[in-house]
Write a protein that binds this ligand. Structure first.
Ligand code: ZN
Length: 277
């Protein structure tokens, strides 16, 4: 069995327990957008009975290999069937008329979507391995309870922020589902679409104008993307630079070793940064 991102891998492990042999393609700190599969990854994909990917264009360089995996493998794209966001760019780009429409793949930042993943994963595992179906169901139910608690906790945390402060400037538009679900607004991003395409000088200037106009107190960077540009924007505008986890879990000791921990880590950092004086 193969999972593409380590976030998917963690969710799968929670449902499967030790009943499966799971290969997670992307290591800690790897950016899913720019990830290039190794020959060993390609071999693992070809050997797998079940492949679990995010889809929606997240794994930009894996799409071809995954689509051509063939054989008897069941290929599940966990974003299928979810309501996908189309609009991913910041307000300043929309205002300038440069915005392009495309699908936002970062579905895991809405915890309800991950609850849907768990159900899809449980079904896929049970279909492949009916003898352990009871165990998968029990594991899935226990994990969903933790996800529901997490979801409620995030709602309560964001509720502590004054409504005027619920504005985020992020490194790339990874927090759209988070913003939609929990009542924030992603008002600008350093990378307009994916970290695989560099922003122009005008993009950066427009973003810095937006930070000043919205009086946003922080720029959020990510563990998976070079923070150089985010650092520059924070410096130019005199706001705080706050690191978050987006496309990858954190390593041991990071406080973001699992999906549940990563979400709590991010929310704490966001609330602290946006709380204001
Ligand atoms: Zn991303």
């Amino acid at each position: 069995m193969v999972a593409t991102t380590n976030i998917i891998g963690d969710v799968v492990q929670n449902v499967a327990g030790d009943a499966i042999r799971l290969t997670v393609l992307m290591g800690i700190g790897v950016d899913p957008h720019t990830y290039i599969p190794t020959p060993a990854d390609t071999a693992a994909i070809h050997d797998a009975h079940l492949i679990l990917a995010n889809g929606a264009g997240l794994e930009e360089n894996l799409d071809k290999i995954l689509a051509g995996a063939g054989g008897d493998a069941v290929y599940v794209q966990l974003s299928d069937g979810l309501r996908l966001r189309e609009e991913t760019e910041g307000e300043e780009l929309k205002a300038s008329g440069q915005a392009q429409r495309h699908v936002d793949p970062h579905v895991w930042f809405d915890v309800q979507n991950v609850i849907d993943w768990v159900q899809r994963i449980e079904q896929a595992l049970s279909a492949l391995d009916p003898s352990h179906a009871d165990r998968y169901r029990t594991n899935a139910e226990a994990y969903v309870r933790q996800l529901e608690e997490l979801d409620a906790w995030i709602v309560a945390q964001i509720a502590t922020l004054p409504p005027a402060n619920r504005k985020m400037v992020t490194n790339h538009p990874a927090f759209g589902y988070f913003a939609d679900r929990y009542g924030l607004e992603q008002v600008g991003t350093v990378y307009p679409i994916s970290p695989s395409s560099e922003p122009s000088a005008q993009d950066i200037a427009a973003l810095e104008d937006a930070i000043r106009a919205f009086q946003v107190p922080a720029v959020f960077s990510e563990s998976t993307v070079n923070p150089k540009l985010a650092e520059q924007v924070a410096r130019d505008t005199g706001v705080q630079l706050v690191p978050l986890f987006s496309g990858s879990l954190g390593g041991p000791g990071s406080g973001a070793e699992t999906y549940l921990a990563m979400m709590r880590y991010n929310v704490q950092a966001i609330v602290e940064a946006l709380r204001g004086p």
